[in-house]
Ligand binder design. Structure first.
Ligand SMILES: [Zn+2]
Ligand SMILES: [Zn+2]
Ligand SMILES: [Zn+2]
Length: 347
Protein backbone atom coordinates (compact mmCIF):
# COMPACT_ATOMS: atom_id res chain seq x y z
CA UNK A 1 0.00 0.00 0.00
CA UNK A 2 1.18 3.47 -0.85
CA UNK A 3 1.38 6.27 1.66
CA UNK A 4 -0.07 9.64 0.72
CA UNK A 5 0.62 13.32 1.35
CA UNK A 6 -1.79 15.76 2.93
CA UNK A 7 -2.59 18.29 0.20
CA UNK A 8 -2.68 21.13 2.74
CA UNK A 9 0.42 20.59 4.90
CA UNK A 10 2.44 17.91 3.11
CA UNK A 11 2.43 15.44 6.02
CA UNK A 12 2.47 11.73 5.28
CA UNK A 13 -1.03 10.33 5.65
CA UNK A 14 -2.27 6.76 5.45
CA UNK A 15 -4.91 4.77 3.60
CA UNK A 16 -7.24 4.54 6.63
CA UNK A 17 -7.00 8.21 7.73
CA UNK A 18 -10.04 10.50 7.89
CA UNK A 19 -8.20 13.52 9.24
CA UNK A 20 -4.69 14.92 8.97
CA UNK A 21 -3.20 14.74 12.47
CA UNK A 22 -0.95 17.73 11.76
CA UNK A 23 -3.23 20.34 10.17
CA UNK A 24 -6.65 18.89 10.99
CA UNK A 25 -8.03 18.86 7.44
CA UNK A 26 -10.54 16.16 6.58
CA UNK A 27 -9.20 13.34 4.41
CA UNK A 28 -10.95 10.76 2.29
CA UNK A 29 -10.08 8.10 -0.25
CA UNK A 30 -11.15 8.65 -3.88
CA UNK A 31 -11.59 5.19 -5.45
CA UNK A 32 -11.66 6.76 -8.93
CA UNK A 33 -8.18 8.26 -8.34
CA UNK A 34 -6.89 5.56 -5.95
CA UNK A 35 -5.61 8.28 -3.63
CA UNK A 36 -6.26 9.90 -0.29
CA UNK A 37 -7.35 13.49 -0.91
CA UNK A 38 -7.46 16.48 1.44
CA UNK A 39 -10.92 18.01 1.76
CA UNK A 40 -12.57 21.34 2.52
CA UNK A 41 -16.21 21.39 3.64
CA UNK A 42 -18.63 23.22 1.38
CA UNK A 43 -21.59 22.71 3.74
CA UNK A 44 -24.47 20.22 3.76
CA UNK A 45 -22.07 17.31 4.24
CA UNK A 46 -20.38 18.04 0.90
CA UNK A 47 -16.68 18.61 0.28
CA UNK A 48 -14.30 19.85 -2.36
CA UNK A 49 -10.69 18.91 -2.65
CA UNK A 50 -8.31 21.35 -1.00
CA UNK A 51 -7.25 24.12 -3.44
CA UNK A 52 -9.09 22.47 -6.32
CA UNK A 53 -11.44 25.49 -6.75
CA UNK A 54 -14.60 24.42 -8.53
CA UNK A 55 -13.52 20.76 -8.63
CA UNK A 56 -15.83 17.82 -8.23
CA UNK A 57 -18.16 17.83 -5.23
CA UNK A 58 -17.76 14.86 -2.94
CA UNK A 59 -19.28 13.34 0.16
CA UNK A 60 -18.27 10.54 2.45
CA UNK A 61 -19.71 7.06 2.02
CA UNK A 62 -22.77 6.63 4.28
CA UNK A 63 -20.80 4.10 6.35
CA UNK A 64 -18.40 6.83 7.47
CA UNK A 65 -20.77 7.74 10.33
CA UNK A 66 -20.14 4.28 11.81
CA UNK A 67 -16.38 4.85 11.70
CA UNK A 68 -15.84 1.98 9.24
CA UNK A 69 -15.23 3.77 5.92
CA UNK A 70 -13.24 6.78 4.69
CA UNK A 71 -14.02 6.39 0.99
CA UNK A 72 -15.60 9.24 -0.97
CA UNK A 73 -18.58 9.30 -3.29
CA UNK A 74 -19.28 11.92 -5.95
CA UNK A 75 -22.08 14.23 -4.78
CA UNK A 76 -24.14 13.30 -7.87
CA UNK A 77 -23.81 9.53 -7.28
CA UNK A 78 -27.05 7.51 -7.15
CA UNK A 79 -25.69 5.46 -4.26
CA UNK A 80 -25.10 6.66 -0.73
CA UNK A 81 -22.31 4.07 -0.47
CA UNK A 82 -18.80 3.98 -1.90
CA UNK A 83 -17.86 1.44 -4.56
CA UNK A 84 -16.55 -1.01 -1.94
CA UNK A 85 -19.38 -0.69 0.62
CA UNK A 86 -21.88 -0.90 -2.24
CA UNK A 87 -20.95 -4.59 -2.54
CA UNK A 88 -22.29 -5.40 0.96
CA UNK A 89 -25.54 -7.32 0.91
CA UNK A 90 -25.77 -8.17 4.61
CA UNK A 91 -24.07 -6.71 7.67
CA UNK A 92 -24.72 -7.77 11.28
CA UNK A 93 -27.11 -5.95 13.62
CA UNK A 94 -25.45 -2.64 14.51
CA UNK A 95 -27.47 -2.32 17.73
CA UNK A 96 -24.78 -4.61 19.21
CA UNK A 97 -21.58 -2.53 19.63
CA UNK A 98 -19.47 -5.71 19.27
CA UNK A 99 -20.84 -6.12 15.76
CA UNK A 100 -19.84 -2.54 14.85
CA UNK A 101 -16.26 -3.22 16.01
CA UNK A 102 -16.17 -6.48 14.06
CA UNK A 103 -17.58 -4.76 10.98
CA UNK A 104 -14.77 -2.21 11.16
CA UNK A 105 -12.19 -5.02 11.02
CA UNK A 106 -14.01 -6.48 8.02
CA UNK A 107 -14.27 -3.12 6.21
CA UNK A 108 -10.62 -2.21 6.73
CA UNK A 109 -9.53 -5.52 5.24
CA UNK A 110 -12.09 -5.30 2.43
CA UNK A 111 -10.88 -1.78 1.48
CA UNK A 112 -7.32 -3.05 1.19
CA UNK A 113 -8.50 -5.92 -1.01
CA UNK A 114 -10.60 -3.52 -3.12
CA UNK A 115 -7.64 -1.16 -3.53
CA UNK A 116 -5.48 -3.98 -4.95
CA UNK A 117 -8.26 -5.20 -7.26
CA UNK A 118 -8.85 -1.66 -8.56
CA UNK A 119 -5.14 -1.08 -9.14
CA UNK A 120 -5.00 -4.35 -11.03
CA UNK A 121 -7.83 -3.08 -13.21
CA UNK A 122 -10.13 -5.94 -12.18
CA UNK A 123 -13.84 -5.17 -11.99
CA UNK A 124 -15.22 -4.97 -8.44
CA UNK A 125 -18.56 -5.95 -9.85
CA UNK A 126 -18.47 -8.74 -12.45
CA UNK A 127 -21.94 -7.70 -13.64
CA UNK A 128 -20.14 -5.20 -15.91
CA UNK A 129 -18.61 -8.16 -17.80
CA UNK A 130 -21.76 -10.28 -17.72
CA UNK A 131 -20.83 -12.41 -14.70
CA UNK A 132 -22.36 -12.67 -11.24
CA UNK A 133 -22.01 -9.49 -9.19
CA UNK A 134 -19.45 -9.61 -6.38
CA UNK A 135 -21.43 -9.55 -3.14
CA UNK A 136 -20.46 -9.69 0.52
CA UNK A 137 -22.40 -11.14 3.43
CA UNK A 138 -20.78 -10.41 6.81
CA UNK A 139 -22.80 -12.65 9.12
CA UNK A 140 -23.00 -14.02 12.64
CA UNK A 141 -23.08 -17.82 12.85
CA UNK A 142 -22.10 -18.36 9.22
CA UNK A 143 -19.44 -20.35 7.45
CA UNK A 144 -16.79 -18.34 5.64
CA UNK A 145 -16.78 -19.18 1.94
CA UNK A 146 -17.76 -18.29 -1.62
CA UNK A 147 -20.77 -19.38 -3.66
CA UNK A 148 -21.79 -18.00 -7.07
CA UNK A 149 -20.34 -14.54 -6.50
CA UNK A 150 -21.35 -14.22 -2.84
CA UNK A 151 -18.49 -14.06 -0.36
CA UNK A 152 -19.61 -14.89 3.18
CA UNK A 153 -17.39 -13.93 6.08
CA UNK A 154 -18.22 -15.07 9.62
CA UNK A 155 -18.27 -12.20 12.14
CA UNK A 156 -16.18 -14.38 14.50
CA UNK A 157 -13.21 -13.98 12.11
CA UNK A 158 -12.94 -10.36 13.28
CA UNK A 159 -12.29 -11.53 16.85
CA UNK A 160 -8.55 -12.05 17.36
CA UNK A 161 -9.02 -14.65 20.12
CA UNK A 162 -11.54 -16.69 18.16
CA UNK A 163 -9.45 -16.45 15.01
CA UNK A 164 -6.35 -17.74 16.81
CA UNK A 165 -8.37 -20.58 18.33
CA UNK A 166 -9.54 -21.56 14.83
CA UNK A 167 -6.04 -21.23 13.40
CA UNK A 168 -4.69 -23.68 15.96
CA UNK A 169 -7.65 -26.05 15.60
CA UNK A 170 -7.10 -26.14 11.81
CA UNK A 171 -3.27 -26.34 12.18
CA UNK A 172 -2.86 -23.32 9.91
CA UNK A 173 0.35 -21.28 9.64
CA UNK A 174 -1.56 -18.05 9.10
CA UNK A 175 -5.11 -16.76 9.49
CA UNK A 176 -6.32 -13.18 9.11
CA UNK A 177 -9.38 -11.25 7.95
CA UNK A 178 -7.42 -9.92 4.98
CA UNK A 179 -6.22 -13.43 4.18
CA UNK A 180 -9.81 -14.71 4.14
CA UNK A 181 -10.94 -11.92 1.85
CA UNK A 182 -8.06 -12.41 -0.55
CA UNK A 183 -8.67 -16.18 -0.62
CA UNK A 184 -12.43 -15.89 -1.20
CA UNK A 185 -11.92 -13.23 -3.87
CA UNK A 186 -9.79 -15.84 -5.66
CA UNK A 187 -12.85 -18.09 -6.02
CA UNK A 188 -14.77 -15.13 -7.43
CA UNK A 189 -12.11 -14.16 -9.99
CA UNK A 190 -11.73 -17.81 -11.01
CA UNK A 191 -15.31 -17.46 -12.32
CA UNK A 192 -14.37 -14.30 -14.21
CA UNK A 193 -10.87 -15.09 -15.49
CA UNK A 194 -10.70 -18.89 -15.85
CA UNK A 195 -14.12 -20.51 -16.05
CA UNK A 196 -15.29 -20.71 -19.66
CA UNK A 197 -12.19 -18.92 -20.98
CA UNK A 198 -9.11 -19.96 -22.95
CA UNK A 199 -7.24 -20.15 -19.63
CA UNK A 200 -9.04 -23.31 -18.48
CA UNK A 201 -6.65 -25.82 -20.11
CA UNK A 202 -3.54 -24.21 -18.67
CA UNK A 203 -5.33 -23.96 -15.32
CA UNK A 204 -6.06 -27.71 -15.33
CA UNK A 205 -2.49 -28.54 -16.35
CA UNK A 206 -1.12 -26.58 -13.38
CA UNK A 207 -3.73 -26.98 -10.65
CA UNK A 208 -5.55 -30.19 -11.63
CA UNK A 209 -9.07 -30.86 -12.84
CA UNK A 210 -11.57 -28.80 -10.86
CA UNK A 211 -14.40 -31.15 -11.92
CA UNK A 212 -13.17 -33.53 -9.19
CA UNK A 213 -15.94 -33.88 -6.57
CA UNK A 214 -15.42 -30.78 -4.39
CA UNK A 215 -17.40 -31.86 -1.32
CA UNK A 216 -15.71 -35.29 -1.25
CA UNK A 217 -12.28 -33.65 -1.68
CA UNK A 218 -12.81 -31.32 1.28
CA UNK A 219 -14.19 -34.14 3.44
CA UNK A 220 -11.11 -36.20 2.63
CA UNK A 221 -8.84 -33.25 3.46
CA UNK A 222 -10.51 -32.64 6.83
CA UNK A 223 -10.56 -36.36 7.72
CA UNK A 224 -7.07 -37.38 6.57
CA UNK A 225 -5.14 -34.11 6.35
CA UNK A 226 -2.95 -33.10 3.40
CA UNK A 227 -0.73 -35.58 1.52
CA UNK A 228 2.71 -35.94 3.14
CA UNK A 229 4.45 -34.23 0.21
CA UNK A 230 2.04 -31.28 -0.19
CA UNK A 231 4.81 -28.74 0.44
CA UNK A 232 6.52 -29.71 -2.84
CA UNK A 233 3.58 -28.43 -4.91
CA UNK A 234 1.45 -25.98 -2.93
CA UNK A 235 1.76 -22.68 -1.06
CA UNK A 236 -0.20 -24.11 1.87
CA UNK A 237 -1.50 -27.44 3.15
CA UNK A 238 -5.10 -26.39 2.48
CA UNK A 239 -4.23 -25.67 -1.17
CA UNK A 240 -3.72 -29.42 -1.65
CA UNK A 241 -7.40 -30.16 -0.89
CA UNK A 242 -8.87 -29.37 -4.36
CA UNK A 243 -7.80 -27.44 -7.52
CA UNK A 244 -10.22 -24.60 -6.65
CA UNK A 245 -8.65 -24.21 -3.21
CA UNK A 246 -5.17 -24.37 -4.72
CA UNK A 247 -6.12 -21.51 -7.07
CA UNK A 248 -7.72 -19.45 -4.25
CA UNK A 249 -4.69 -19.93 -2.00
CA UNK A 250 -2.31 -19.05 -4.84
CA UNK A 251 -4.39 -16.00 -5.73
CA UNK A 252 -4.32 -14.86 -2.08
CA UNK A 253 -0.54 -15.26 -1.99
CA UNK A 254 -0.18 -13.24 -5.17
CA UNK A 255 -2.16 -10.41 -3.53
CA UNK A 256 -0.10 -10.73 -0.32
CA UNK A 257 3.03 -10.46 -2.42
CA UNK A 258 2.12 -7.42 -4.48
CA UNK A 259 0.63 -5.44 -1.58
CA UNK A 260 3.65 -6.10 0.63
CA UNK A 261 6.13 -5.39 -2.19
CA UNK A 262 4.30 -2.16 -3.00
CA UNK A 263 4.54 -1.14 0.67
CA UNK A 264 8.22 -2.10 0.80
CA UNK A 265 8.91 0.03 -2.30
CA UNK A 266 7.20 3.04 -0.69
CA UNK A 267 9.43 2.69 2.35
CA UNK A 268 12.51 2.12 0.17
CA UNK A 269 13.18 -1.31 1.62
CA UNK A 270 15.54 -2.93 -0.84
CA UNK A 271 15.73 -6.65 -0.16
CA UNK A 272 18.55 -8.60 -1.73
CA UNK A 273 19.49 -12.21 -1.31
CA UNK A 274 21.83 -12.39 1.66
CA UNK A 275 21.53 -8.72 2.47
CA UNK A 276 18.88 -6.24 3.51
CA UNK A 277 19.40 -2.53 3.23
CA UNK A 278 17.27 0.55 3.41
CA UNK A 279 18.29 2.95 0.70
CA UNK A 280 17.11 4.63 -2.41
CA UNK A 281 17.67 1.78 -4.86
CA UNK A 282 13.95 1.51 -5.61
CA UNK A 283 13.64 5.26 -5.83
CA UNK A 284 15.85 5.49 -8.91
CA UNK A 285 12.98 4.45 -11.12
CA UNK A 286 9.25 4.11 -10.65
CA UNK A 287 8.54 0.62 -9.32
CA UNK A 288 4.94 -0.35 -9.99
CA UNK A 289 4.36 -3.91 -8.77
CA UNK A 290 0.79 -3.71 -10.04
CA UNK A 291 1.60 -2.80 -13.61
CA UNK A 292 5.11 -2.91 -14.93
CA UNK A 293 7.25 -5.53 -13.23
CA UNK A 294 7.69 -9.06 -14.57
CA UNK A 295 6.77 -11.97 -12.32
CA UNK A 296 10.42 -12.91 -12.17
CA UNK A 297 11.34 -9.48 -10.81
CA UNK A 298 8.57 -9.71 -8.21
CA UNK A 299 9.49 -13.15 -6.86
CA UNK A 300 13.19 -12.21 -6.77
CA UNK A 301 12.31 -9.35 -4.43
CA UNK A 302 9.63 -11.21 -2.50
CA UNK A 303 11.70 -14.12 -1.21
CA UNK A 304 14.52 -12.08 0.38
CA UNK A 305 12.00 -9.56 1.72
CA UNK A 306 10.07 -12.31 3.52
CA UNK A 307 13.25 -13.88 4.90
CA UNK A 308 14.37 -10.54 6.30
CA UNK A 309 10.97 -9.62 7.74
CA UNK A 310 10.56 -13.07 9.32
CA UNK A 311 13.86 -12.53 11.08
CA UNK A 312 12.89 -9.04 12.20
CA UNK A 313 9.59 -10.37 13.59
CA UNK A 314 11.49 -13.03 15.55
CA UNK A 315 13.62 -10.31 17.09
CA UNK A 316 10.40 -8.88 18.53
CA UNK A 317 9.05 -12.24 19.63
CA UNK A 318 6.32 -12.16 17.00
CA UNK A 319 5.19 -14.94 14.69
CA UNK A 320 6.77 -14.94 11.23
CA UNK A 321 5.64 -12.20 8.86
CA UNK A 322 5.25 -14.76 6.06
CA UNK A 323 5.21 -18.31 7.45
CA UNK A 324 5.40 -20.01 4.06
CA UNK A 325 7.96 -21.43 1.66
CA UNK A 326 7.09 -21.24 -2.04
CA UNK A 327 8.19 -24.39 -3.89
CA UNK A 328 9.04 -24.06 -7.60
CA UNK A 329 5.76 -25.66 -8.70
CA UNK A 330 3.77 -23.15 -6.65
CA UNK A 331 5.86 -20.29 -8.09
CA UNK A 332 4.79 -21.46 -11.57
CA UNK A 333 1.18 -21.26 -10.40
CA UNK A 334 1.78 -17.75 -9.04
CA UNK A 335 3.27 -16.79 -12.41
CA UNK A 336 0.09 -18.06 -14.06
CA UNK A 337 -2.06 -15.86 -11.77
CA UNK A 338 0.21 -12.95 -12.67
CA UNK A 339 -0.15 -13.59 -16.41
CA UNK A 340 -3.94 -14.04 -16.25
CA UNK A 341 -4.33 -10.75 -14.37
CA UNK A 342 -2.00 -8.85 -16.72
CA UNK A 343 -3.91 -10.20 -19.72
CA UNK A 344 -7.23 -9.13 -18.20
CA UNK A 345 -5.68 -5.70 -17.56
CA UNK A 346 -4.69 -5.21 -21.19
CA UNK A 347 -8.15 -6.04 -22.57
ZN1 LIG B 1 -2.34 18.17 6.77
ZN1 LIG C 1 -17.78 2.95 2.06
ZN1 LIG D 1 -11.70 -21.57 -0.62
Amino acid sequence: MKTFKCGACGSTVYFENVQCLRCGHALGFRPDKLEIRTLVSSGDGLYREYKKGAGVRLRYCANEVHGVCNWLVRADSQSQFCSACELNRTIPNLADPANVLAWGVFERAKKRLAYSLLRLGLPLDGAVVGKAPLTFDFLNDALTGHLDGVITIAVGEADAVERERQRQAMAEAYRSMLGHLRHESGHYYWMLLIDGTNNIDRFRALFGDEREDYVAALERHHALGPPADWSLRHVSAYASSHPWEDWAETWAHYLHMIDALDTAAVHRLEPRLGRFSSGNAWGLRPFDVYRSESFDALIKRWVPLTLALNDINRSMGHADFYPFVIPDVAATKLAFVHRVIREAMSQ
